[in-house]
Write a protein that binds this ligand. Structure first.
Ligand code: SAM
Length: 439
């Protein structure tokens, strides 16, 4: 039986998520399919099916982890040397001229005759040519050999010639627009916005399930929350924060445009103090999924450390025990160090992925109970209660930015109780008490 090969592409190191999704998508309509990865083809999954019809194509195109899909015609070794591109062209021309064993898609077949086409190229690695050179040279070849007009915009057929290191992957794209591009950004997008397929992969790794409580403390244009609400339905609770009012307004515009305004809560807030913006969320959140600023614009390493530490402390307060945080960071050493030091996180996975020209690391953390931490807190609590009866005992105050405000609030309660107990109190005694408590 004839089989058809499709090549599905995503960001390098997210292939397993794509295989998971493809298997689920094809299980009922093409149960005999197979998926495989080739270590030399980063970001690609090769799927073989025994039929090529609308149902199979719709199932593949409905996948949310994918960037694009081609019906494969060839995977070649890239000729080496400074004239690699002309050699590749000659190789493709040889087979096109003979008409046998085509390496390029046949655009002249019935139903596609006279269609316009465009060649698109993604290139990873160091080469003596650019992506646009590939698009131009192969485009001219197809036009000459098959007599089809090329068109940059709204072409009927897209031929992909992707160069991945020393390999060339060739095929006809089975959809028009890039599958993940802008699907959750109808109104507002930023340079720093995540691609929705990466957002989906992060949600998948977080184990998020429909109906659960999801939080994104660095919400930006809303990619992660909106992707989740679309993919997993609106039964869950979705809360996003950003320190910029303008950005929050942009994310709200995206949510409104997608009909999700009533389902996604977007507020201005600081990721170091999540409890202030979402007071009722403490200990309630099932998953936190986010990408903090890369740190390049934040500047100094101290500021990055400060942000990571503050966020990790605050996020630990928000999550249920056993809840997961999936965080994409570029300054991974610093992030890992803070996650380990806090004692409130177990790092279950860390994988570098490729996004554009960057290689950030995707961390999966599980919120664990730190028995030492909780032991100290309950010890303080017991003593603070005792303080009601005595005087001169001062509860230790948690670090100024810590969102673990239990110790702070206990101290404040002690302050209040003390005031109430001794009322009416002379103002100088109140001042001296506050001085003691805030030391
Ligand atoms: C990399 S972007 C997030 C992009 C987002 N995932 C998207 O797809 O649009 C980081 C965001 O964090 C926000 N931010 C920076 N520091 C913050 C802080 N301390 N608290 C909350 N948000 C912060 C920035 O305003 C920016 O929008």
């Amino acid at each position: 039986m004839a089989t058809i090969d499709f090549a599905l592409s995503t960001n390098a190191n997210l292939e397993d998520v794509m295989i998971f999704e493809a298997t689920a998508a094809l299980s009922s309509i093409a149960p005999n399919h197979s998926c495989r990865v080739d270590p030399q083809l980063a970001g690609l999954v090769l799927v073989t099916v025994d039929r090529d019809d609308a149902a199979v194509r719709d199932a593949l195109c409905g996948m949310r982890s994918v960037l694009h899909i081609v019906r494969l015609t060839a995977i070649l070794d890239l000729p080496q040397g400074p004239d690699a591109l002309s050699q590749l062209c000659a190789q493709l021309d040889g087979t096109a001229a003979s008409g046998s064993n085509r390496l390029l898609p046949d655009l002249t077949r019935v139903g596609q005759a006279r269609a316009s086409f465009r060649v698109c190229c993604d290139r990873i690695g160091t080469h003596a040519f650019r992506s646009v050179d590939v698009e131009r040279v192969i485009g001219e070849l197809i036009h000459e050999r098959q007599g089809i007009p090329g068109r940059m915009k709204d072409a009927d057929v897209i031929v992909r010639v992707d160069v991945l290191g020393n390999k060339v992957v060739i095929g006809e794209q089975i959809h028009h627009a890039e599958l993940a591009k802008k699907r959750v950004h109808p109104e507002f997008i930023r340079d720093a916005s995540l691609r929705p397929n990466v957002a989906f992969a992060m949600l998948h790794l977080s184990g998020y399930q429909p109906g659960q409580f999801l939080m994104d403390p660095f919400v930006g244009s809303g990619t992660i929350l909106l992707e989740a609400a679309i993919r997993f339905g609106t039964r869950g609770r979705f809360v996003g924060m950003d320190r910029s009012e303008r950005v929050v307004a942009g994310a709200r515009a995206n949510a409104a445009s997608l009909g999700l305004a009533d389902h996604v809560q977007l507020v201005c807030g600081n990721a170091r103090a999540l409890h202030l913006a979402a007071r009722d969320a403490k200990g309630q959140v099932d998953a936190i999924v986010c990408n903090p600023p890369w740190g390049i614009r934040i500047g100094k390493q101290d500021d990055v450390d400060d942000l990571y530490r503050g966020f990790l402390n605050s996020a630990a307060e928000m999550l249920k025990t056993g809840g997961r945080a999936v965080v994409l960071v570029i300054r991974w050493e610093s992030f890992l160090q803070h996650a380990r030091c806090s004692g409130r996180w177990r790092v279950t996975e860390a994988r570098p992925i490729r996004t554009g020209d960057m290689i950030p690391v995707l961390f999966v953390l599980e919120r664990v109970d730190d028995t030492l931490w909780t032991g100290i807190k309950s010890g303080i609590h017991r003593l603070v209660v005792l303080c009601r009866e005595g005087d001169g005992v001062v509860a230790p105050v948690a670090s100024a930015e810590s969102t673990d405000d239990a110790a702070v609030s206990l101290t404040r309660r002690a302050d209040h109780d003390h005031d109430a107990h001794n009322a009416p109190e002379d103002p100088s005694s109140q001042r001296s008490h506050r001085r003691r408590v805030s030391q």
